[in-house]
Design a protein around this ligand. Sequence first.
Ligand code: TMP
Length: 253
Amino acid sequence: MARRKKIYEGKAKTLYEGPEPGTIVQYFKDDATAFNAEKRDVIEGKGVLNNLLSEYFMMGLNNIGVPTHFLKRLNMREQLVRACEIIPLEVVVRNYAAGSMSKRLGIEEGTQLPRPIIEYYYKDDKLGDPLITEEHIAAFGWASQQDMDDILSLALRVNDFMSGVMFGVGIRLIDFKIEIGRVYDGDFQRLVVADEISPDSCRLWDIETNQKLDKDVFRRDLGSLTDAYSEVARRLGVMPKNAATPIKPTLIN
Ligand code: TMP
């Protein structure tokens, strides 16, 4: 079989040209990095879990009318997505203080915020993804005012969906990061949720015990990352109880 053309290799995923124009194959690697790749490891099975979990969340969003780039899962490691132009922002939504916000503002981790707080980071590894304001985004033309209105609305809808889904399985959504892509339908352009939504890009705490079930387990050496991600997958029904490997999740459509 002819090798596919590699388009981009990131820290946790590799992108290949898809079978049809306007499509991309997203391959989930087992690599884990933190602190702008200063800390790195290979965690066997992480890519499979993130592929299945991201499919589960993106399909759920598609089903409630929140547009995403997700088309279908191809196998345990790969999914087919719509090609899009990634807006160079990391959009973070926080419901509880944690991580860099706790550090920056001196708020104890786990403190509930008065309302969801949205932050924007400029997506540039060389600069360590610095925190920016809407002033920077407008002045440097990274997104238009209309884009910013749409991004805010998408981010809050993803937050409501993800908070509800996680609450249903006894998990508190502390915060998460999404990336937004621009897709073109003829002359029209619209924004979609892109990249991935997985425990790599969220903070997920057990409601009862506050046990961390996300990438902080790796960042802070708190135990087995695959056990944490498997627990999330198991609770969502993406992986059956006691199974060593995840099964095909229930397709919603
Ligand atoms: P932070 O508290 O480190 O700023 O992270 C906020 C959220 O964004 C958290 O859920 C983890 C996620 N995140 C990423 O997905 N990628 C990143 O590079 C960073 C720094 C955070």
